[in-house]
Design a binder for this molecule. Structure first.
Ligand code: LLP
Length: 386
């Protein structure tokens, strides 16, 4: 009797196993990205007429080939720093500035100036910046990021609403903000909220749209409502796929109720997480106090998510994919921190040994982007399957 949930089709990396092993032979740690997967996710999101523009949050993965692929799909690009703005115009020189959004947090004054000069759409999220730098904002057009008072997402560290979060103007200060904006002749044409990352509830975004649309009338000049990113991907074997149809229907319904506004989303993870894998090589296999550990040549330095959020990523021995004789191992990196664990209690071939290639799945979002050189370990290499 079959039980459990229907099996997912083989992931792209299982189909590409031989090429991945060849790439790993050129050196690990190494990220590999599959652009077909990026394009497939982009088309799935764009297939709803309720959404007027998708901006890809490039912080998830700013690899130039990914930016080019998404720009070709008609996406805009969302940046949070001058470095990201420069990356965008380097990677996609002919991208119209109207497709670039700048949504920083506590950025220095010169980054706002540079973003305005480049012609990007700038989002502001406090009154103090207007008061301190009136010259930067005078006579401009911008969007306002609001804190709707509640955060969502897969871990407390990625919830970006509510008192504990540094982002957004509290709704209680909305009128004061509008007064400060009028004082510098700043026109607010968009309202924005992004309440967190990895949000499972497909009805979340329609709720955000409704809240923002309810506030928009008080401004009078709002044309666009940006409901943020945060769409999840199924990292664990028993996670449900995100119900895109429900998400889409919710947006279509709420858009019909407030049709005056352009609807904007800014997903990152959804587009790239499943398109990327991290390849590492086994260094040592050690048993200590009854725990078997497989050591890899990169850990939290290459992929910080497990250490930082206890995030789950599937781990497979690519060298011995068909090996049925398995046991539970902790998979650890080489960094001098007890938290340097890529995965606990993972079923891997008993024969796993030095030189085997391990594949860490769903690492395309916030993987390389958050990699670091702690312990003076080199950053991972990157390859793209076009
Ligand atoms: N828009 C804004 C304003 C954001 O701050 C973010 C992500 C996004 C869009 C895209 O969110 P996404 O669709 O990727 O969930 N390092 C964490 C995630 C941090 C997200 C930061 N902001 C992780 O690895 O889970």
């Amino acid at each position: 009797i079959a039980h459990g949930k229907p099996e997912r089709p083989a992931p792209w990396w299982a189909v590409q196993r031989d090429r991945l092993l060849e790439m790993a032979a050129a050196g690990t740690p190494r990220y590999v990205y599959d652009l077909d997967t990026v394009r497939a996710r982009a088309r799935a999101l764009a297939a709803t007429s309720a959404v007027d523009r998708c901006y890809y949050a490039i912080k998830a993965n700013p690899h130039p080939a990914i930016l080019q692929a998404l720009a070709t799909e008609g996406f805009g690009l969302e940046c949070v720093s001058l470095g990201e703005l420069e990356r965008v115009f380097d990677a996609v020189p002919d991208l119209p500035a109207s497709r670039v959004l700048f949504t920083p947090s506590f950025a220095p004054r010169r980054e706002y100036e540079a973003a305005f000069d480049l012609g990007a759409t700038v989002t502001i999220d406090n009154i103090e910046a207007l008061q301190r730098w009136p010259g930067v904002f005078r006579g401009r057009t911008a969007w306002l990021r609001l804190d709707l008072g509640h955060g969502e997402g897969h871990h407390e560290k990625v919830r970006t609403g509510g008192v504990a979060a540094k982002f957004g103007l509290p709704v209680a200060r909305f009128d004061a903000f509008l007064q400060a904006a009028r004082a510098v002749d700043l026109r607010i044409t968009g309202l924005h909220a992004h309440l967190g990352s990895g949000i499972d509830d497909p009805t979340h975004w329609r709720g955000v749209y409704a809240e923002l649309a309810g506030l928009a009338d008080a401004v009078g000049t709002v044309e666009t409502i940006d409901i943020g990113g945060g769409l999840p991907v199924p990292y664990t074997p028993d996670a449900q796929d995100f119900d895109l149809a429900l998400w889409r229907d919710g947006l279509a319904g709420i858009k019909a109720a407030y049709p005056r506004f352009g609807l904007v989303i800014e997903p990152g993870r959804y587009l790239v997480a499943e398109a990327g894998v991290l390849l590492v090589s086994v260094t040592q296999v050690v048993e200590k106090d009854g725990i078997r550990r497989v050591g890899a040549d990169a850990g939290m330095n290459a992929l910080l998510r497990p250490a930082m959020y206890e995030a789950y990523h599937g781990i497979h021995n690519l060298t011995r994919l068909e090996d049925a004789d398995i046991a539970a191992f902790d998979v650890v990196g080489p960094v001098c921190e007890t938290g340097d664990v890529l995965g606990r209690d993972r079923l891997l071939p008993i024969a796993t040994t030095e030189g085997d290639v391990l594949l860490v799945a769903d690492a395309g979002a916030y993987g390389m982007a958050m990699a670091n050189t702690y312990n003076l370990r080199a950053l991972p290499a990157q390859d793209v399957l076009a």
